[in-house]
Design a protein around this ligand. Structure first.
Ligand code: PEP
Ligand code: MG
Length: 325
């Protein structure tokens, strides 16, 4: 079965009735990039850079980061790599960076909040990303955005860094696309306003589900309440897509929901063609795509957006995915 799937690596992800999907990889290291490419990823939809900061004794330097970002950009060639700025805090910690003890780490000092507070660290990272943008098709993405002010502040820092590079005479892509993760309910509710500020959205369903449902994604005791197919989550996703479409900006999904092949009808119905997922999921999702009739999938998804419970959606999507090969 595994060998059969691997034959699909070089096949395009297209439904039986000709709808093309772009399946990219979520990676956190060069090793994972190699795996993603082996499994046919079309670029990197999410590079989780925090892993560059882990398992060491101090922050990675601009040069160290640059080397890795450049290597990744070069390896993906003409495809794109979306580099997400540091997303520590919450469940991710760095030994050498003392974060405060928090009652609610997932509601606390994490991700873009740290970057905007520690602009020294933020600038180092942005400089490295910009420098790498000269060597490939690089996009920047900010995590955990919950307000327009945060986006504007982050872009202001990015502009400072660009001016700095200009002065140093170092080349970079001045038009580097800038996007944000949509993973906080506030961002969904103001998606129309955020869309005016950025070039793309990427929906992070892992955090979005946790924050919409108030269900800690790490808490096993309530894991049975963590429902990606909850009607509230589906509505949030749909709202985000509508805002992106109205504004004419790109949209993709990079949360684990995209790796669940049952979710495919939802993306087809919403018109999302860019999905990013862990390398191990790529061939499974591609296999499902090849065996799906988009027009049928859309009808199925339409019903899901009307269901009152996650269970109904799970059953119907499960049955749909179970059909065919
Ligand atoms: C997400 O929240 O869905 C996401 C892709 O980011 P992470 O899992 O790294 O928080
Ligand atoms: Mg997240």
């Amino acid at each position: 079965k595994k060998e059969q799937l691997e034959l699909l690596a070089t096949v395009e992800a297209v439904t039986k009735d000709g709808v093309n999907l772009h399946l990219a990889g979520n990676i956190s290291s060069v090793k994972e990039l190699d795996m993603a490419l082996k499994y046919g990823a079309e670029g990197v939809g999410l590079f989780r850079t925090e892993f560059l900061y882990m398992d060491r004794h101090s922050f990675p330097t601009e040069e160290e980061q640059f080397e890795v970002y450049k290597l990744v950009a070069e390896k993906v060639g003409s495809s794109t790599v979306v580099i997400r700025t540091l997303d520590v805090g919450g469940d991710k910690h760095l030994d050498y960076f003392q974060l405060p003890e928090e009652q609610n780490p997932f509601l606390g000092y994490r991700a873009i909040r740290i970057s905007l507070d520690r602009t020294d660290l933020f600038k180092t990272q942005l400089t490295a990303i910009l420098r790498a943008s000269h060597y490939g098709n690089v996009k920047i993405m900010f995590p955990m955005i919950s307000s327009v002010e945060e986006v504007q502040a982050a872009k202001a820092v990015l502009n400072e860094v660009k001016q700095d590079l200009d002065q140093r005479g170092i080349p970079y892509n001045a038009n580097i696309p800038v996007g944000i993760m949509i993973e906080v309910p506030a961002a969904v509710m103001i998606a129309d306003l955020l869309a005016e500020e950025v070039d793309f959205f990427s929906i992070g369903t892992n955090d979005l589900v946790q924050y919409v449902l108030a269900v800690d994604r790490m808490n096993e005791q309530i894991a049975h309440m963590y429902h990606p197919y909850h009607p509230a989550v589906l509505r949030m996703i749909r709202m985000t897509v509508q805002a992106a479409r109205s504004a004419g900006i790109d949209i993709s999904v990079c949360g684990e929901l995209a790796a669940d092949e049952r979710s495919l009808p939802l993306w087809l119905e919403l018109g999302i063609s860019n999905l990013s997922m862990s390398p191990q999921a790529l061939l499974r999702v591609k296999h499902r795509t090849l065996n799906t009739v988009a027009s049928e999938a859309r009808e199925t998804a339409k019903a899901c957006f009307r269901f009152k419970t996650s269970l109904e959606t799970e059953e119907v999507l499960g049955a749909f995915a179970g059909r065919g090969a």
